[in-house]
Ligand binder design. Structure first.
Ligand SMILES: [Zn+2]
Length: 273
C-alpha cells in the first residue's frame, strides 16, 4: 500500500521516559518494519548523578548528569532498535516548583511556539503516520511532560499531520494489580491518595491496548540502560518476568484520527495497513 515504511514518532520529556511508557511499542513496531523516531525534549540534568548523587546535593554536576544520561539514552535506543533519535536539548526543568523551572534554557519556560516550531520541522522531515505523547497533565504533573504535550499538540496543528495522535495512559485496574504485586513482594506500597486527582483512566475510556508482552525483555533491558535513576531501579527489582507481566501491555487514548478505525483497537497503526 504505502511506498514508504510506516513511521511512528514518540515525543518524550527525559531520557528514560521512552522506555517506561513506550518501550514495548517502540520495540514491537521496529520489529514489524516500522520506522521509529524518538524525540527527547530535555537533557535530564535534574536526574540523579553518577554515584546516585541527588539534584541539589553537593557534588551533583549537571554536565556530568547530562553526559551520563545521553549515553544511557543511546544504549536504550539501541536495545529498542529506534531508527532515529532526535534530542531537542532543552534543560530539564526539574519537578514542579523547583528553582530549575525558571533557569535559562529550561524547557518549562521555553515559549511553546518556539519549541513546537522545532518539532514541526522534525514532523515535516520524518512524516510520521502516528505520533505518541502525554496527556495534558503529562500523566503525573511533571512540568517537562506537560510541556512535551503542549509542544506536540501545537506542532501537530502546524503541520496538519499525522493520521493518528495518541496520549499514553495507564488503566486504573493496572494500578490495582501493581499494588497487589508490590504487597506480594513485601514492598511497602502506599495506596494512591484519594484526595489527589487519580492517575490514569478507567478501562472503558482507553481506546488502544497494544500487546507488547513478547517485547517485555527488550523493554526491561531499555529501562536497565537507565539504571542510574532511582525510580527505574525500583522497577528493575521486579525482575524481567514480573516486569513484563505488569508492563507488557501498553495503553493509549486516541485523540486524533483520520483512519476511521473502530475502537477499542489493539494496534496504533490500525486503519493504516
Ligand atoms: Zn520524564
Amino acid at each position: 500500500m504505502a511506498e514508504r515504511p510506516l513511521t511512528l514518532m514518540a515525543v518524550h520529556a527525559h531520557p528514560d521516559d521512552e522506555a517506561t511508557s513506550t518501550g514495548g511499542v517502540l520495540a514491537r513496531y521496529a520489529d514489524e518494519g516500522v520506522t521509529t523516531v524518538l524525540v527527547t525534549c530535555t537533557d535530564g540534568r535534574c536526574g540523579d548523578g553518577p554515584g546516585g548523587v541527588k539534584p541539589g546535593d553537593p557534588g551533583h554536576d549537571p554536565a556530568a548528569v547530562v553526559a551520563m544520561r545521553r549515553a544511557e539514552l543511546a544504549a536504550s535506543c539501541a536495545v529498542l532498535k529506534v531508527s532515529h533519535l532526535e534530542t531537542l536539548g532543552y534543560a530539564d526543568s526539574g519537578m514542579m516548583g523547583w528553582s530549575t523551572n525558571d533557569q535559562p534554557g529550561a524547557f518549562w519556560t521555553t515559549p511553546v511556539a518556539e519549541a513546537a516550531g522545532r518539532l514541526a520541522e522534525l514532523i515535516r522531515q520524518y512524516q510520521p503516520d502516528v505520533i505518541v505523547t502525554y496527556d495534558e497533565n503529562g500523566f503525573y504533573g511533571h512540568p517537562d511532560h506537560i510541556q512535551a504535550h503542549r509542544i506536540t499538540m501545537a506542532a501537530v496543528e502546524l503541520t496538519d499531520s499525522p493520521a493518528k495522535v495518541y496520549w499514553t495512559t495507564v488503566p486504573r485496574t493496572a494500578f490495582e494489580q501493581f499494588g497487589r504485586v508490590m504487597r506480594e513482594l513485601g514492598v511497602d506500597w502506599a495506596e494512591p491518595d484519594e484526595a489527589v486527582p487519580p492517575l490514569g483512566l478507567p478501562d472503558d475510556e482507553i481506546t488502544t491496548w497494544v500487546d507488547a508482552n513478547s517485547y517485555g525483555g527488550q523493554k526491561f533491558d531499555a529501562l536497565a540502560a537507565h539504571a542510574s535513576q532511582t525510580e527505574n531501579i525500583f522497577f528493575l527489582q521486579l525482575g524481567r518476568d514480573r516486569f513484563t507481566e505488569l508492563m507488557g501491555v501498553e495503553t493509549f487514548v486516541r485523540v486524533s484520527d483520520r483512519t476511521g478505525a473502530p475502537t477499542p483497537e489493539d494496534d496504533l497503526f490500525a486503519g493504516l495497513r
